[in-house]
Design a protein around this ligand. Structure first.
Ligand code: FAD
Length: 404
């Protein structure tokens, strides 16, 4: 029988295992995960789960019985230490070896770490997995002042949770605005206003040079020399694709494991999907690497179809969401490279949207509490449409009229 091995039992790995069965693959499927937990969703780890509003068993992507029923060999708490492409075998850190006919690498993207003095003091935390969120919750509960390093989505979501719990929160960001890597200036401004209104202090153009404290963190020292007193720190300065295994096996790596539009690497027996994969987007005509649940799911589905022998091109419109306080952001497409950003909704309005255009073509939308803008925007982006900026800007316009 044919054997498929999947490295990484996260969002993409678990989806690929399930999709292989849906595609009718009847051979052996092994899903190997370094974490002790069955495959789970990460988004609540910085939102409802961190807040204590969601039980742990709500995080599991599928019930335990699913893997048995589908005959998926789930190996948890086991790390793949090496890929031997010539022998088509992976070696686990337990000393075991597993042979494969086809291999999927879905190893995700762990947080970038700060290397400054004091970075290993107690009270300095990172957030990627359940164990991190479980450690962060009591840290916040016992703290009065939190410093968040990095004003990206995860940093801002944790800032919101901490403010709701009554902590004083300062966010330190190296760039001149929040969410710079993923959103345009208007959207940064919305979120900065939202957080300031909730009492978060935002410090832009500042980096942390050191953490100080006797045994545990007591202050974050900025490059300017200023010290911010704190008893808890979350470092959320982005993630780096986990490409070590692929690189050591001689596979091309360039901000992620390099794959083609079918999620396949240069080795015809090896695929990669999710946060760790760098893929060509037909929609945008360039390579990219995304860190989002929909990307992990859809790219894993495409990889599974191709691994099962049904050629499928991965060409979904990227999308993402974030919850902060009572605000819900939904975003579709990728706004980088926009030459025009059109705003919908009056300043201060609850529902707002920012439309990103490039040479008249809609390439992305950020929709804040504006479900129609997200839903219509996603379809317009897929259609490479050139909607009228006047209609996009008009909060009273019927956006559906743009779809005809
Ligand atoms: P992961 O889910 O990270 O899975 C990779 C797995 O591979 C990990 O469990 C890792 O331990 C394992 N692994 C790595 N190396 C090995 C090895 N050598 N051997 C065995 N196992 C290995 N996305 C959204 O769309 N919306 C959100 O609101 C959102 N919020 C988020 C909040 C947080 C706190 C975090 C951390 C992420 C959030 N994301 C969100 C991003 C989303 O969770 C990721 O994009 C998604 O999990 C990527 O799936 P993946 O399978 O590629 O990686």
């Amino acid at each position: 029988t044919e054997r498929i091995v999947i490295i990484g039992a996260g969002q993409a790995g678990a989806q690929a295992a399930a999709s292989l069965r849906q595609e009718g693959f009847a051979g052996a499927v092994a899903l190997i995960g370094a974490e002790a937990h069955p495959p789970y969703q990460r988004p609540p780890l910085s939102k409802a789960y961190l807040q204590g509003a969601l039980a742990r068993d709500r995080l599991w992507l599928r019930p335990a019985a699913f893997y048995e029923k589908e005959n998926i060999a789930l190996r948890l708490g086991a790390r793949v230490a090496r890929i031997d492409r010539a022998a088509r075998r992976v070696a686990l850190d337990t000393g075991e070896a597993l042979a494969y006919d086809r291999l999927l690498i879905a190893t995700g993207a762990p947080p970038r770490r700060l290397a400054c003095p004091g970075a290993d003091l107690a009270g300095v935390a990172y957030l990627r997995g359940i164990d991190d969120s479980d450690a962060l919750r009591p840290l916040l509960a016992g703290a009065r002042r939190l410093v968040v390093v990095g004003a990206g989505y995860i940093g801002l979501e944790v800032a919101a949770v901490a403010r709701k719990a009554g902590l004083a929160v300062t966010a330190v960001e190296a760039a001149e605005r929040a969410l710079k890597r993923v959103a345009g200036p208007p959207v940064s401004a919305w979120f900065e206003a939202l957080h300031r209104a909730h009492g978060v202090e935002l410090r832009f153009g500042e980096t942390v040079a050191a953490f100080e404290g006797r045994g545990r963190v007591e202050a974050a020292v900025l490059a300017s020399g200023e010290a911010i007193a704190c008893d808890a720190v979350l470092v959320a300065i982005g993630a780096a694709p986990e490409t070590g295994l692929a690189a050591a096996a001689g596979l091309p790596v360039d901000d992620g494991i390099v794959v083609d539009e079918t999620a396949r690497t240069e080795d015809p027996a090896v695929w990669a999907a999710g946060d760790c994969a760098n893929f060509p987007s037909p929609l945008y005509g360039r390579r990219m690497r995304l860190e989002s649940v929909p990307n992990a799911i859809e790219q894993a589905k495409a990889a599974a179809a191709n691994m099962a022998g049904r050629r499928t091109v991965y060409d979904a419109v990227p999308w993402f969401w974030s919850d902060q306080y009572d605000a819900k952001l939904q975003t579709a497409g990728i706004g980088a490279g926009a030459d025009e950003i059109v705003e919908r909704g009056a300043p201060g309005a609850k529902a707002r949207a920012a439309w990103y255009l490039r040479e008249g073509r809609l390439i992305a939308v950020d929709a804040l509490n504006d479900i129609p803008a997200f839903a219509v925007g996603k379809r317009l982006i897929a259609a490479k449409a050139r909607p009228s900026p006047k209609t996009l800007a008009d909060p009273d316009a019927d956006l559906k009229s743009l779809l005809t």
